[in-house]
Write a protein that binds this ligand. Structure first.
Ligand code: GLP
Length: 244
């Protein structure tokens, strides 16, 4: 789905999410969303906040699970995805405390495996993800699933590629302070969502969008594995669509 600008694309996705939240509200059901961080979904979250403030969209029936978090990191650190989500979305809507989940970057290392298994179980017991929102890294990563991540992977601790640490270094005082590890949902966790929406804006994403959509489906380009999901769409702007 190609939109003239990132703002227009984000508005369209926000409207789609709002419609599902309202439909589930009418049915008395929870709406379970998988959420992403990075610069890409910022307009989407701003638009959801606007819909809440100006059009009475309630998030009382919404349950969310974020894709990933650096490890180790304190939840209130400037670069923490826990903090990002509160600042961009959760602090501004009426989602219930306890209904939003972002992986915890402070879990002791020996407990991470159990913690990740529990994260998967929580998604399952919430009813599974209705919509998973994704951005895309320059190397095709989704969440923090770097190239080589198995299609069968679940929530786990992973080692970040150097290229990813470099791309995200602008957020940190210097490169050596970018964490080397992260907790991320797996490719399989993402593929189990009923619907997947990947967002990409700008000419710097054009090449990887093309490889993901038109290239072979391979674990060397994690986003290309979405070709194997029956209900996935890429919502992109004209610049990101340039090479298609
Ligand atoms: C990070 C996140 C990804 C995100 C990617 C792209 O590495 N873990 O979930 O999709 O960066 O970031 P941006 O949206 O800023 O381009």
């Amino acid at each position: 789905e190609i939109h003239p600008t990132a703002k227009e694309g984000s508005k369209a996705v926000a409207a789609e999410i709002a419609a599902l939240i309202r439909q589930k509200q009418t049915a008395g059901e929870p709406c379970v969303l998988g959420l992403a961080t990075g610069s890409t979904p910022k307009y989407l979250y701003a638009e959801l906040v606007r819909l809440h403030r100006e059009e009475g969209l309630s998030f009382k029936n919404v349950v969310t699970f974020n894709l990933d978090e650096y490890y180790p990191i304190e939840p209130d650190a400037l670069q923490s995805y826990n903090r990002f989500m509160k600042e961009q979305l959760f602090n501004h809507i009426d989602i219930k405390e306890g209904n939003y989940h972002v992986p915890d970057g402070t879990v002791p290392k020996e407990k991470i495996k159990a913690y990740c298994e529990e994260y998967e179980r929580k998604i399952e017991s919430a009813g599974g993800l209705d919509i998973q929102i994704l951005g895309i890294g320059n190397n095709g990563h989704i969440g923090f699933n770097e190239p080589g991540s198995s299609i069968n992977s679940h929530t786990r601790l992973i080692t970040l590629d150097n290229s990813t640490r470099l791309a995200n270094a602008f957020d940190f005082p210097n490169m050596s302070q970018v964490p080397r590890l992260a907790i991320t949902m797996g490719i399989n966790t993402i593929l189990k969502a009923k619907k997947v929406i990947l967002l990409a804006w700008g000419s710097h994403k054009a090449k990887i969008v093309r490889r993901s959509v038109e290239g072979h489906s391979t674990d060397q380009v994690p986003a290309s594995l979405l070709q194997q999901h029956p209900n996935t769409k890429f919502v992109i702007d004209e610049q990101a669509a340039h090479d298609l």
